[in-house]
Design a binder for this molecule. Sequence first.
Ligand SMILES: [Zn+2]
Ligand SMILES: [Zn+2]
Length: 249
Amino acid sequence: MKVGAQLLKDFMNLVFPPVCAVCRVRLDTPRQQSLCPRCFGSIGYLQRPFCRVCGMELAGEEDREYLCGECLRNPPAFYLARSLVRYEPAVQQLVRRLKYAADTSVAKGISAVIRGGDLSEFVDCDWIIPVPLHAQRHRGRGLNQATLLAGLFFPEKKKLIRSDWLFRTRNTTAQTRLSGLERRKNLVGAFTIRHGIQLEKTMVCLVDDVYTTGTTVQECATVLARHGVRGVKVLTLARVVGPQRGRVR
Ligand SMILES: [Zn+2]
Ligand SMILES: [Zn+2]
């Protein structure tokens, strides 16, 4: 960093002291930090072993990763899905602020969370496609949190992010109060690929904020498969685990 830039940064830190992106407590530790130790320490990274396909944490110590019952019964249209952390209070705060308040100051905090995760399974992706919002909802919120997340996941690969290739043709009912079957029905035919886009034999990384039941990414992956992709790998920041699964979002 140039001396001038560093001075400006020091000055800004003095006038607007950095605060934790979750609890807003003032940070007096290193300049780069964006989450206080308490909030960062409360974040639960998902622990292996995972279901090889959907990425659900499996009980047990085995090294060998197998398929969960759900993936055995209903093999998903995607090759694999991975999330970095559990969708618990600190992460919920970050995601909600990003999503509903268009608060981009939380981006630094999310980047800190991402740096603690493992993205090695996504190195072979040719394209990075965020799960789209319907144009109407997009206008209402001012941003698509999945597009923002894609940029935070892959700061070195911004050229591969295509946020206008997959889009939502129907403004579907919010998924929050729907059961599994209703969620699937609600989404059938809701996504489409922009005319003329060639995706044959490519590996696509589909990015979203939270993985709940996987219905949304399943529908997106089905559409991508119809366009001849080699595979779809789903990457979400967080995953709903335990009893909340199925009733959030
Ligand atoms: Zn904090
Ligand atoms: Zn599974």
